[in-house]
Design a binder for this molecule. Structure first.
Ligand SMILES: [Cu+2]
Length: 744
């Protein structure tokens, strides 16, 4: 009876298990199964294969797109369209501690109108640094349209290095143009405003073009660390009447030295042309401490020309050879630079005193494109240009020399800004084009409420026909323009030299090495000099008084790749990110009494949860009633610690044997011939190099019979050994792979 009951029960459970399987779970054994199940055709599968990135595969390009008003930059790969990084630029970003640690907060405060941190931006059209008209993969620049700032990012570590408040413009166009050797980063005003922030005098409204001088000092660089900076003292602005300024581009090759952009005023539309080498030679006046060249002097020097357009246009792009610049509303105008240049001295009409010509005076030709042109980008086919046409839902490829249409692709959405990797350089190449989707109502997009993500499509332009092969969604971003460079052109660093302030590239005054951790107090000012390394934060206890001004200066001592630690103090509103070698500081007023744990916020090893300590904030008027003092251990406890200490010594010697055998293998096989392996081995030795003073400590305590402290320091020594062994074993594994490759 009992047996049959059990049988029924078991059968029932089995039946439940079978029928409880979700209905959409089914085995997809082969390609045809998957195609049938998901209703995919061959073109879908081909598109998937073109964008799939196998394990270990690397994208061909890095693409950079601003998150718009979120004030950060997004880095993603082409063709996989995988997002690799968000980088805080114009707004704080807590994960990286950007705008939270002292170094980046100072950078953001210095770059604001009133020494306060702005919490958003408006980032649309980035510019990459160039050498001889091609991307060199070193720097990236952004203009903030909302708070009139300019930013410099270093692509050696993908961090923001400089943010400058524009000294004159209240409103900046949210884009930059970079000259062919990165001598100038060009930024313009957008909406006219007085240059005196307190003035509301309508007659003093102006616009202008700023040429930010950029220099990269010779020599003296930390390895992989670029020190190029925008130099405010060497920069200048050309003043213009109250035009609203739009998109612009810098000349290249034959038109190097000029800038071309759109302008509107009183319902009329223009393209402006400025010879900035002539403007550079003019005498300047200082306004708000910034050099300004007057319009009259620029006019007298024939340095500026306006071209009247029939209707407003959204974009201006200079062709890769620099011979033409192109703008369009519905009709594209291809301007011949040689004709424009000669008109600069011969034009007889004027607008606001500036030389003016008609479009027809300087055209190479025009070409009807369709309704609502948004953007242009250049392709690798000779004289090819791609144009996104919003209302017609199309991208057209045409020839700007012959003015003939080549091909078009009908899209399922209204296209916005388009980009071909390297398409704005003197040598466009690439099989891909990306386009923003300004109309996220495509039937396949899931509804996530009234605010939809931004979408970027990947178009395959390798063959004659264009194909839309991938749709990437990006939340928390209103996307506009982007730029992309060959991934291998960028040479990012793996670690900082120990003690680096990543914002300046200099060794920080607050660099702290193992064994030098300390707490310094002067009155109510407390400086904590600490270190982080798997799996300890030193010091582990910090005592302060309520009302003290406290700074934690922390250095990540790791040399291992990707061993970042984070740091936060519970409820104190501060967070820092510490990549290997980085030093950063967190300052706060200890205005909340109590005990506040601090800990590592980045998973760093199996012992990650042990990376913690505590901040004790004594309330005001606190009186110590019990002096406390050193804990006295009983004889039994001391004996127990002695046993633990001796056991630990055995572990240390066993671990040392492992390290020695790894070192022998590495040396026997000439590890130094393999750069990546060599870097790892140097890492491993650096880890062990830190351990010397620790060994001295545990031996000293043991000799004094203090086994409690001897054990604690032996444990610390073991931590260093484990890290050394960990890196050493990785080096051995890599070396073995290299040796096997050689054999084949
Ligand atoms: Cu950690």
């Amino acid at each position: 009876m009992i047996h049959s009951l059990r049988k029924i029960l078991i059968l029932g459970i089995v039946a439940l298990m079978v029928f409880a399987l979700p209905q959409n779970v089914r085995s997809q054994q082969n390609l045809d199964d998957v195609k049938n199940d998901r209703g995919l055709n061959d073109a879908d599968v081909l598109a998937a294969v073109k964008t799939f990135m196998p394990r270990g595969g690397r994208d061909e390009y890095f693409s950079f797109v601003g998150a718009g008003n979120a004030g950060s930059m997004i880095v993603y790969g082409i063709p996989s369209m995988r997002i690799y990084k968000y980088v805080g630029v114009f707004a704080p970003e807590p994960w990286q501690g950007y705008g939270y640690d002292d170094e980046s907060s100072l950078l953001l405060k210095k770059g604001s109108i009133d020494n306060r941190i702005n919490t958003y931006g408006d980032m649309r059209y980035p510019g990459l640094s160039e050498t001889n008209g091609n991307y060199d993969g070193k720097y990236l620049f952004y203009s903030d349209g909302a708070n009139s700032r300019i930013a410099l990012l270093g692509l050696d570590d993908f961090e923001t290095k400089q943010v400058i408040q524009h000294p004159l413009f209240i409103s900046c166009f949210p884009g930059v143009a970079v000259t062919p050797n990165t001598n100038f980063i060009i930024q313009t005003s957008q909406y006219p405003a007085p240059w005196d922030i307190k003035s509301t005098d309508a007659s003093s409204f102006k616009s202008g073009i700023t040429f930010w001088a950029f220099e990269e000092p010779e020599g003296g660089h930390a390895e992989g660390h670029h020190y190029g900076r925008i130099l405010k003292d060497k920069s200048f602005t050309l003043e213009l009447p109250a035009f609203t300024l739009g998109n612009f581009d810098a000349g290249k090759a034959s038109s190097d030295g000029y800038v071309f952009g759109t302008a509107t005023k009183d319902g009329k539309n223009y393209v402006y042309v400025v010879d900035y080498n002539k403007v550079k030679g003019l005498k300047t006046n200082e306004i708000n401490g910034f050099a300004v060249a007057s319009l009259n002097d620029a006019i007298a020097a024939n340095a500026v020309l306006f071209i009247e357009l029939a209707s407003s246009s959204k974009a201006v792009k200079v062709t890769p050879d620099g011979k033409y610049f192109i703008t369009a509303s519905d009709e594209a105008y291809v301007f011949d630079f040689a004709k424009v240049k000669s008109a600069m001295t011969s034009a007889s009409d004027k607008v606001d005193g500036i030389s003016l010509i008609k479009a027809s005076d300087a055209l190479h030709g025009s070409f009807a494109l369709g309704s609502g042109v948004v953007d242009f980008t250049f392709g690798y086919r000779k004289n090819s240009i791609y144009t996104s046409i919003y209302n017609d839902k199309k991208i057209i490829r045409w020839n700007y020399e012959s003015l003939k249409k080549d091909k078009e692709i009908a899209l399922t959405f209204k296209p916005g800004n388009i980009m071909i990797p390297q398409g704005q350089t003197e040598t466009p190449h690439s099989n891909y084009l990306t386009v923003t989707d300004k109309e996220a109502i495509y039937k396949n997009y899931p509804n996530v409420g009234p605010v939809r993500p931004s979408f970027q499509h990947l178009i395959d332009i390798s063959s004659d026909e264009m194909k839309d092969i991938y749709t990437m969604s990006i939340p928390q971003a209103n996307m506009y323009g982007s730029v992309a460079v060959l991934r291998t052109t960028i040479k990012p660093i793996i670690r900082y030299e120990t003690g680096t302030n990543s914002r300046t590239g200099e060794i920080s005054d607050y660099k702290t090495v193992a064994g030098q951790e300390k707490v310094e107090r002067k009155g109510n000012r407390v400086h904590v000099f600490g270190t982080m390394i798997r799996s300890h934060i030193v010091p582990e206890i910090v005592h302060v008084n309520e009302g003290d001004v406290v700074t934690f200066h922390l250095t990540n001592l790791e040399r291992a790749e990707d061993e970042t630690h984070g740091f936060t103090i519970d409820t104190y509103g501060k967070h820092g990110s510490y990549e290997p070698g980085k030093t950063a500081s967190l300052t706060f007023v200890a205005n909340r009494a109590g005990a506040f744990p601090y800990y590592c916020t980045e998973f760093c090893s199996a012992l990650h949860l042990e990376m913690e300590g505590i901040l004790m904030v004594k309330p005001k008027g606190f009186k110590e009633t019990d002096k406390g003092g050193d804990v006295k251990l009983t004889a039994d406890e001391q004996a127990e610690y002695k046993k633990n200490y001796e056991a630990k010594l055995k572990v240390l010697s066993g671990t040392q044997d492992v390290i020695n055998s790894v070192v022998k293998y590495l040396k026997d096989n000439n590890y130094q011939d393999y750069p990546y392996v060599k870097a790892l081995v140097e890492d491993a030795f650096a880890q062990l190099g830190q351990a010397g003073p620790v060994k001295e400590k545990y031996e000293k305590y043991a000799s004094e019979g203090d086994y409690y402290n001897a054990f604690l320091w032996a444990e610390q020594y073991f931590q260093y050994q484990v890290k050394t062994a960990d890196v050493g074993l990785r080096a051995k594994e890599l070396l073995t792979i290299e040796l096997n490759k050689k054999k084949k």
